[in-house]
Design a protein around this ligand. Structure first.
Ligand code: SUD
Ligand code: ADP
Length: 303
């Protein structure tokens, strides 16, 4: 096989995100539930006649050499060479960028995870899921989750993952029109860093009690993001009139869950009437499993 086209790099939402401590190196210890949704970037991969990793699409603000996709593919190419004694062919990657940067949707990490899964297959590199997760972690804390590929309770900096049942629901997501740099949030002096740890059972029993998991906990990064980036606060306040709206990741996007597509459509119609021209709003459905998993299984059958 020489190509893999139309590979989704889905976004994630953090259904809650607690900061429970700090590591000796300054990184923050988190607890979160990560949920995949059916909205994301679309990537296309073609093997090359030479050994170069090349990005054929311009991504504003992200030079090719810094792109997480290119960096991830080079890491895997080197690992392949270490294991098999030769460099595999290069790859040309084209990106249909849909997800905003600095949106808390994990776009860059998801792109990198999809690229690693696609290249592992195209090159027949043979890395296990755990080996791919370990390879990706230094590039971005969310990369292991995307490779894990199902709703997960995450601890550590996001690398310790356990599957949990996810809600089947629709989300309205608002991009408030600002990009939030993650370091600005974690370095804020007023960030709450000592939330009492919860257990998976606490989270799961909230589903049994309420029939929905999205009203569990809170996003500890939200107060700081709202103070530093007022458009985040404006979008969150507006969306809160329709349910338990909150921010994802370190921002800037805010989301609210609904049990039907119809309810989500009704809220989206109100966004259009709100007059907030800087906002971009869309709906997405929760995903049970990463689409690359079934794509790769089907491709394997077709070979
Ligand atoms: C908080 C999350 C939740 O998903 O935010 P989003 O990126 O999705 O918004 C992620 O774990 C973000 O992880 P990651 O994407 O790797 O963060 P980076 O941008 O590389 O981190 C930038 C900087 O933030 C600080 N940082 C990051 C993660 C963490 N757990 N503790 C930290 O203190 C570090 O100083 C780091 O150098
Ligand atoms: N392929 C990529 N897509 C998006 N961002 C990328 C990519 N490669 C590197 N980056 C860098 O990662 C940063 C974080 O982007 P992203 O993961 O989309 O946001 P967030 O972590 O807030 O969800 C961007 O500002 C950009 O500098």
């Amino acid at each position: 096989m020489r190509s893999l086209h139309h590979c989704l790099a889905p976004a994630k939402l953090n259904l809650f995100l607690h900061v429970v401590g700090r590591r000796a190196d300054g990184f923050h210890l988190l607890q979160s539930v990560f949920q995949l949704i059916d909205h994301g970037d679309v990537l296309h991969f073609d093997l090359r006649p030479d050994e170069r990793i090349v990005r054929s699409t311009d991504v504003p603000g992200v030079p090719e050499e810094q792109d997480l996709i290119v960096r991830a593919l080079r890491l895997l190419q080197a690992e392949h060479a270490r294991r098999h004694g030769r460099l595999p062919p290069g790859i040309e990657v084209a990106i249909e960028k849909v997800l905003p940067m600095g949106g808390g949707l994990g776009g860059g990490s998801s792109d990198a995870a999809t690229a690693l899964m696609a290249a592992n297959h195209l090159w027949q590199a043979g890395l296990t899921q755990q080996e791919l997760m370990d390879l990706g972690l230094p590039l971005g804390a969310d990369i292991p989750f995307f490779m894990f590929g199902e709703t997960a309770f995450a601890e550590g900096v996001g690398e310790a993952l356990q599957a949990v049942p996810g809600p089947d629901c629709w989300y309205v997501v608002i991009e408030p029109g600002v990009s939030v740099p993650t370091p600005a949030i974690f370095s804020a002096p007023d960030l709450t860093r000592n939330t009492t740890p919860v257990t998976i059972a606490d989270f799961s029993s909230s589903l049994v009690a309420s029939g929905k998991q999205f009203d569990f906990g809170k996003n500890d990064l939200q107060d700081v993001a709202e103070r530093l980036f007022p458009p985040v606060a404006e979008a969150a306040t507006w969306l809160k009139s329709y349910g338990d709206a909150r921010m994802t990741g370190s921002g800037a996007c805010v989301f609210c869950a609904f049990s039907s597509e119809h309810e989500a459509d009704q809220v989206l119609a109100q966004v259009s009437l709100s007059g907030a021209s800087a906002w971009k709003a869309w709906k997405a459905r929760s995903l049970k499993s990463h689409p690359m998993k079934s794509l790769l299984q089907n491709q394997a059958v077709m070979e």
